[in-house]
Design a protein. Structure first.
Length: 301
């Protein structure tokens, strides 16, 4: 367990120590991270194919993911709605035309198709000779190194983060309410509470949660973690335009870690530039917290 925690922290910390200000390199970095996500999901599909009697585990995968997403969503929405009811007005303005929801949905279908392709290829591979776990760990280390560089060069200083009260409040509420939802889901599913807390700590980062949970708890729960966080991102995309005008904290917070990247354009188009700094701070904090708490809960289980 401790080696798994080091596996996450070391490349992330090393990447965060690397400054980079050249825009062409940063664009290349963004492209590399996007491609690494596909590779990791493909390897996760192969790992899933190596599970004995896979068809018997499909019910477990979907039941765990659906119960968790329901419990976590209810807890997040309740906490963030409370924050919206107490906030000073967080200014929003009309943004650009929204991205096509069908295009975003197609992107998510494509991600699931990558996993399915891995499952299909895995049927033809020999699990005794194909070291999928080794390949997955190497891909994860590289991904975390690149993400560390991205976080360092996101343009946010520690001062900016600490002086953005709404971003801090949103991130803190998402952290705590997700854990409450994870505990409720674990109780309903009759699983160890620490496992529920770990599964709830992905905060929408489906590629990371899928591979980390797979490494520690096996590909069945890893797949459930992936689906849970992917559904969270899909729901955020659908709900942000509706929530933004009256409930901006809820719109920003429900996207969790994805507010730093994938759902940020949707937030900007729905709420204007005023919500961008808050979303980036909240997403930045949750992106840093996700790997720490996921493996932390498993380490001390």
């Amino acid at each position: 367990m401790y080696s798994g925690l080091l596996l996450v922290l070391l490349p992330l910390a090393l990447g965060y120590c690397i400054p980079c200000h050249a825009r062409p390199i940063l664009r290349l970095l963004d492209l590399a991270v996007a491609r690494m996500v596909y590779l990791i999901l493909f390897l996760m599909g192969i790992s899933l194919a190596f599970v004995d009697n896979l068809s018997q585990h499909l019910g477990t995968i979907f039941s765990v993911s659906l119960v968790l997403v329901a419990c976590i969503s209810l807890a997040n929405m309740s906490a963030l709605w409370w924050l919206d009811s107490r906030r000073q007005r967080l200014a929003t303005q009309a943004g650009q035309p929204l991205l096509s929801k069908w295009r975003l949905l197609l992107d998510s279908v494509w991600l699931c198709s990558v996993i399915l392709a891995g499952v299909l290829l895995g049927q033809w591979l020999d699990k005794d000779t194909f070291a999928v776990d080794t390949f997955s760990e190497a891909a994860l280390i590289l991904l975390l190194l690149l993400i560390g560089i991205q976080l360092r060069n996101s343009g946010l200083t520690l001062r900016q983060i600490l002086l953005n009260p709404w971003g801090l409040k949103i991130a803190g509420l998402v952290l705590v309410s997700s854990w409450l939802g994870g505990l409720a889901g674990a109780w309903l599913l009759n699983m160890p509470l620490a496992h529920g807390l770990a599964l709830a700590s992905g905060y929408g980062w489906y590629s990371l949660s899928g591979i980390l949970i797979s490494d520690q708890l096996g590909p069945v729960l890893g797949s459930a973690a992936f689906i849970n966080d992917l559904l969270r991102e899909l729901l955020a995309i659908m709900l942000i335009p509706t929530l933004m005008r009256r409930f901006p904290c809820t719109a920003i917070g429900y996207g969790a870690a994805t507010a730093l990247d994938f759902t940020l354009p949707v937030l900007q188009r729905s709420g204007g530039v005023a919500v961008v700094p808050v979303a980036i701070v909240s997403g930045f904090i949750l992106s840093l917290a996700a790997p720490l708490f996921m493996l932390g809960f498993l380490t001390f289980a």
